[in-house]
Design a protein around this ligand. Structure first.
Ligand code: HEC
Length: 119
């Protein structure tokens, strides 16, 4: 009977881990298969540097940051807006590529869909 108890305890632990993962923020948002307008802007303009799923990338030894984790997740809406609109070398400004509305949509996309922040 001792064996059975161990099995029961282990399955409780497994269930607890599974629940914990389900409650994680929406960092599992998949850009590649998303049909949203923002995801398509990302694929066309940002993925080349930030990686297909915005997890960051290394290009010629330079680290391009993730937009999901790390410093990007500490930035305010205004800072993210500023980064996209004005750029910061070597990232280009997108003021002439994207409309005002599109830049604002991308700020929300990064915070809500990629970082799992509710606002
Ligand atoms: C040519 C490559 C390139 C492209 C294209 C690009 N970025 Fe970047 N991006 C960078 C680099 C490099 C940085 C880090 C800049 C620095 O050192 O502060 C960055 C930083 C950022 C940050 C701040 C992240 C942080 O960790 O603070 C955001 C937000 C961001 N990019 C969004 C975007 C979005 C949205 C697009 C598409 C519209 C885009 N980027 C396109 C290269 C790029």
């Amino acid at each position: 009977m001792k064996f059975l108890k161990i099995v029961i305890v282990l399955s409780f632990i497994a269930a607890a881990i599974a629940c914990n993962q389900a409650a994680a923020p929406r960092k599992s948002f998949v850009i590649a298969t998303s049909k949203s307008y923002e995801a398509s802007i990302f694929r066309q303009n940002c993925a080349i540097c930030h990686g297909q799923e915005a997890n960051g990338k290394e290009i010629d030894g330079r680290i391009i940051p993730s937009l999901r984790y790390g410093a990007a997740a500490q930035k305010t809406e205004a800072e993210i807006y500023d980064q996209i609109a004005n750029g910061k070398l070597p990232m280009p400004s997108f003021r002439n590529q994207l409309t005002e509305e599109e830049i604002q949509k991308m700020v929300k996309f990064i915070r809500r869909d990629l970082q799992g922040k509710e606002e």
